[in-house]
Design a protein around this ligand. Structure first.
Ligand code: RRO
Length: 401
């Protein structure tokens, strides 16, 4: 890793790198988990597990950059929780493969009902009782939007309170042995869009802060619909085309959720992990500036593979170095309110929230356009030399564009 600039601690779990994977994309099988562990990612998070394996929703159930070229790629998915079942993610072969990479292994759970979550916790406890170092933490996903007929738990605060209070009683989180064998619990939340909802979610988490050590915010924006205009149809098959929006399209929502939860949880001992639209080191930097102790990468991992963790970490490291930050804590949560730039400096050009990749893409498009115009002028000048009226060539050239 080198500098140690990207080190962080999430819910008591020490990470060499604050950038790691989101549960979901490329997390279902041991081969993919091993690749994450072998990359620069700070941790390895499994696909959300159910008690029994399931194949998920019908295909096609994922589409990316469906909302137009020239913008940060986004995605829509309705995977429907395809996974190998909890016993697979706790099996010796999977746990050993991740352990061999030296990265903390976090198991994500998304039971179809509360009893399933409690039974899965029993099974995690069996593994941790034998050796607490094999599983670093549990991430309880309360925000999958894609199960037909099942509402998102994190939007039903009564149900969320019921789940949290029963989960919090589980011996896995209240071990009477040494405190080091107490398993850190993270809760993955849905995106919230209204201030009372930020308040309510934070209040519930704080009620269980002795057990809930961190929140992950946010899951995808559920029940979006992407339309394929050419074929006049929905872009994905399940649930009438309704699915969770991720990637660049959710970045600003993720930033706001991280900031809102950081403001309400900081000082309580409950950390915030940011996820949503991280495609560059700048995106990761922004989430940390809003209060995230670490950031997860979903859509970009899907598109680019595990190499994205090396690239994004290198970009974040370089940006921090350029700004003179030696650690995450030096700028975490230090987002300033808007003020007029000093010395009459102009607002930086570019689209708000634009990532490095999108900026480069926009620049390439501008260069291409400029090139086309120059070519047109050259042709017009040549036409003048050949005594063809230049204005006629220009008009024909422009009207054919
Ligand atoms: O598997 C999925 O369809 C899925 C899950 Br579990 C989730 O938490 N979030 C998401 O966008 N898709």
């Amino acid at each position: 890793m080198g500098s140690g600039r990207l080190e962080t601690v999430v819910g008591g779990i020490a990470l060499e790198n604050a950038v790691y994977n989101a549960s979901g994309p490329r997390t279902g099988r041991v081969e993919a988990l091993r690749k994450i562990g072998e990359s620069r990612a700070g941790a390895v998070v499994s696909k959300s597990a159910t008690l029994v394996s399931q194949s998920g929703n019908p295909f096609p159930r994922y589409r990316e950059d469906a909302l137009g070229a020239g913008r940060a790629p986004g995605s829509i998915n309705s995977e429907g929780l395809p996974n190998e079942g909890i016993d697979y993610y706790l099996s010796g072969s999977v746990v050993d493969a991740v352990k061999a990479t030296g990265k903390p292994y976090i198991v994500s759970l998304s039971g179809l009902k509360l009893a399933d979550n409690l039974e899965m916790l029993n099974r995690v406890a069996e593994v941790r009782d034998r050796d607490p170092t094999r599983i670093a933490g549990v991430e309880l996903n309360l925000a999958c939007p894609n199960i037909p007929g099942k509402p998102t738990v994190a939007y039903d605060f009564e149900q969320m309170e019921d789940v949290l209070s029963q989960v919090a009683e589980h011996p896995l989180f209240r071990s009477s042995k040494s405190s080091s064998s107490k398993c850190p619990l993270g809760v993955k939340l849905a995106p919230y869009f209204d201030v009372p909802h930020f308040d309510r979610a934070a209040e519930l988490v704080l009620r269980h802060k002795d057990v809930v050590r961190y929140v992950v915010t946010t899951n995808t924006i559920g029940n979006a619909l992407v339309v394929d205009a050419e074929h006049e149809m929905a872009a994905i098959a399940p649930k009438g085309g309704f699915g969770g929006l991720g990637g660049g399209y959710v970045k600003q929502t993720a930033l706001a959720n991280v900031k809102a939860l950081y403001d309400r949880l900081e000082g309580s001992g409950v950390d915030v992990v940011g996820v949503g639209g991280v495609a560059s080191g700048t995106d990761a930097f922004e989430l940390i500036l809003c209060g995230a102790k670490a950031v997860q990468v979903g859509t970009t991992h899907w598109t680019e593979g595990a190499g994205c963790f090396d690239r994004i970490s290198a970009e974040l490291d370089a940006l921090m170095k350029k700004k003179g930050y030696a650690s995450i804590e030096q700028f975490r949560g230090k987002l300033k309110p808007y003020s007029k730039p000093k010395g009459g400096a102009k607002q930086p050009k570019g689209h708000l929230g634009e990532g490095d990749a999108a900026r480069a893409e926009r620049l390439a498009l501008a260069v291409k356009r400029m090139h086309a115009l120059v070519m047109l002028l050259v042709v017009a000048l040549a036409a003048t030399a050949m005594q063809v009226p230049a204005i006629q060539v220009l008009i024909e050239g422009l009207s054919s564009r």
